[in-house]
Ligand binder design. Structure first.
Ligand code: GLC
Length: 564
């Protein structure tokens, strides 16, 4: 298996050269209409995945050349973070044209080829749509600024006349959410709303142009064969027209810019569009909502297919916390009939190997600190255990690029290379999210560990020394590597009907141990306790995240067992 993977990487693009561009039909290998219920989805941060043209930035050419690697890993779909035309003020989450690809990443034709080639290999492409805001360089915003106060062009945004800042909404990036414009004659002009950076003005979802535009964007990409859409900041689109202040902890549905009831009708219309295409095109919401009952309402049958389950990431590494989160998640999803998702990380949070090696093992969106003490060896062990634990749970599974290699967070990026606006919004006090966005190491040698060809421009974010052994090449040769573990787990998951669609039952276990059965015969046991735990008699070990000690499962390890 590992040799195949190696060959897949080396074979690179040649294997794919013969593939033809697909039509707007999904290939036979991707016919399953319920694929999104149990898919393994690999998140590609395109800027940092693989650099095909040697300019130091990842691109579609690089991604296409590595599709065989992803096929060998066994994933069902990739989710690509924004690849559109953009000034990259927020890593591409500031889109200036939703129908064009950023020239650093490639062209629309290459995007179409990628989608088609992926399908030939059984890999669907999920794109990232950003409907809450766009770039200040988008034609609409430039027109709005040029047209001036009171113009119809400004009605597509939240422009407000006000002497002082219109309200005190706090950005998820920290700080204010309003910027004042300057009139042509130099006098102070209207204010506009931007929940994130000033380069990301929020659009006004009460405006029919806005609704129509994003529906057309969905169709544009569905027409090109994408298998689904990840919806960025999905809970934020609708604002209280009064722009009222946030007072205390607003009651459910009464927050002025989060989780407003009117959102449901937006997503019902998106679902109708998705359903009008063949091949089960899936809608996946990025919904950071503390209220799980409200959260699952977005996954009623006529709305989103799934949404990221961030609760799991926000728990401490303990049996009790993990068990509570699994219980709560499964119980909440059940009545709406939606599958849950399991997410260990993404491009916004600290890498699991680092996070789980810290005293506070929970993710901290946008609040990372410099110099937090970390035990990477512990974090790696726990990440291996967490990978098997999450891969055994019912629902779909997300893997953020590089987690299958066990990459740690890069914490020493030189200040002058930091790119994330979050760092700057914090006045330089927080590192921001670049540490989980460092380009992947593919080979042991080479100026950028094979991210680009040897001698190509250095990677856009510097890779640390010492990543040779974390490279794909090194891990393909090591049967105990994180990559080997992920590959085996995904393979077993694919082959096991129990894991794909079997029921879920808790098993009684000792304190500090989480144990459950899937379907008829697959058992998953994670040991959080500081004593090794005996495995049930008569079980056959299918996979284990760490070596057994005298036949017992050590601390911070997970085993998959089958009845003999
Ligand atoms: C989402 C993205 C994040 C981005 C933000 C604003 O949370 O995941 O990367 O900065 O939205 O678009």
């Amino acid at each position: 298996m590992d040799q195949n993977l190696l060959a897949a990487v080396e074979g690179g693009h040649d294997k794919l050269a013969s593939l033809s561009s697909g039509e707007n039909v999904l290939s036979p290998s991707t016919e399953d209409p319920l694929w999104w219920r149990h898919a393994v989805i690999y998140q590609v941060y395109v800027r940092s995945f693989a650099d095909g043209n040697g300019d130091g930035t990842g691109d579609i050419a690089g991604l296409r050349s590595r599709l065989p690697y992803l096929a060998a890993l066994g994933i069902d779909a990739i989710w690509i973070t924004p690849w559109y035309a953009s000034p990259l003020a927020d890593g591409g989450y500031d889109v200036s044209d939703y129908r064009a690809i950023h020239p650093d990443f490639g062209t629309i034709e290459e995007a179409e080829l990628l989608i088609a080639e992926g399908l030939e290999l059984g890999i669907r492409t999920i794109i990232d749509v950003v409907p809450n805001h766009l770039s200040d360089q988008h034609a609409w915003f430039k027109e709005a600024l040029a047209a001036g106060p009171g113009s119809p062009e400004r009605e597509r945004f939240w422009f407000v006349d006000s002497e002082d800042i219109p309200n005190h909404w706090v950005s998820p990036f920290d700080g204010e959410t309003w910027t004042q414009t300057t009139n042509e004659d130099g006098t102070p002009g209207q204010w506009y709303l931007h929940l994130f950076t000033p380069e990301q003005p929020d659009v006004n979802w009460n405006h029919p142009d806005v609704r129509k535009e994003y529906e057309d964007v969905l169709k544009f990409w569905f027409d090109r064969g994408v298998g689904g859409v990840r919806i960025d900041s999905a809970a934020l689109l609708i604002k209280d027209p009064e722009l009222s202040e946030v007072v205390g902890e607003p009651a459910a549905g009464e927050h002025p810019w989060q989780d407003r009831d009117e959102l449901h009708e937006v997503y019902a219309s998106w679902r109708a569009i998705a359903d009008s295409y063949p091949g089960a095109r899936a809608l996946v919401g990025e919904l950071w909502l503390p209220d799980v009952e409200r959260f699952v309402q977005y996954m009623r049958p006529n709305e989103l297919h799934t949404a990221f389950n961030f609760d799991f990431m926000s728990r401490q590494w303990s049996a009790q916390q993990v068990r509570e989160s699994i219980d709560m998640t499964l119980n909440a999803h059940e009545p709406v009939g939606a599958p849950s998702t399991w997410v260990l990380s993404n491009h916004d949070v600290t890498r699991p190997v680092t996070r789980l090696g810290r005293e506070d093992s929970t993710f901290s969106f946008l609040t990372k600190e410099f110099n937090t003490p970390t035990d990477l060896e512990l974090g790696t062990r726990r990440s291996r255990a967490a990978a098997l634990l999450t891969a055994a749970l019912p629902g779909s599974l997300y893997i953020y690029q590089g987690d299958e290699l066990g990459l740690p967070e890069v914490e020493n990026i030189p200040r002058n290379k930091i790119d994330d606006p979050m760092h700057f919004k914090s006045g330089g006090t927080k590192p921001g999210r670049d540490g989980c966005r460092v380009p992947l190491p593919w080979t042991r040698e080479g100026s950028s560990y094979g991210f680009g060809e040897d001698g190509a421009s250095s990677a856009w974010l510097p890779q640390p020394h010492g990543w040779a052994n974390l490279s794909v090449e090194a891990q393909l040769e090591d049967d105990n590597s994180m990559l080997a573990l992920y590959t085996r787990a995904i393979k077993i998951r694919h082959e096991s009907a129990d894991l794909r669609e079997g029921g879920f039952t808790w098993l009684t276990s000792e304190p500090g141990v989480v144990a459950f059965r899937r379907g008829e015969s697959l058992t998953c046991i994670t040991n959080f306790a500081d004593q090794p735990v005996r495995l049930p008699d008569g079980a056959r070990v299918l996979l284990v995240s760490d070596e057994l000690v005298d036949g017992e499962l050590p601390q911070d390890a997970t085993a998959w067992l089958a009845a003999k």
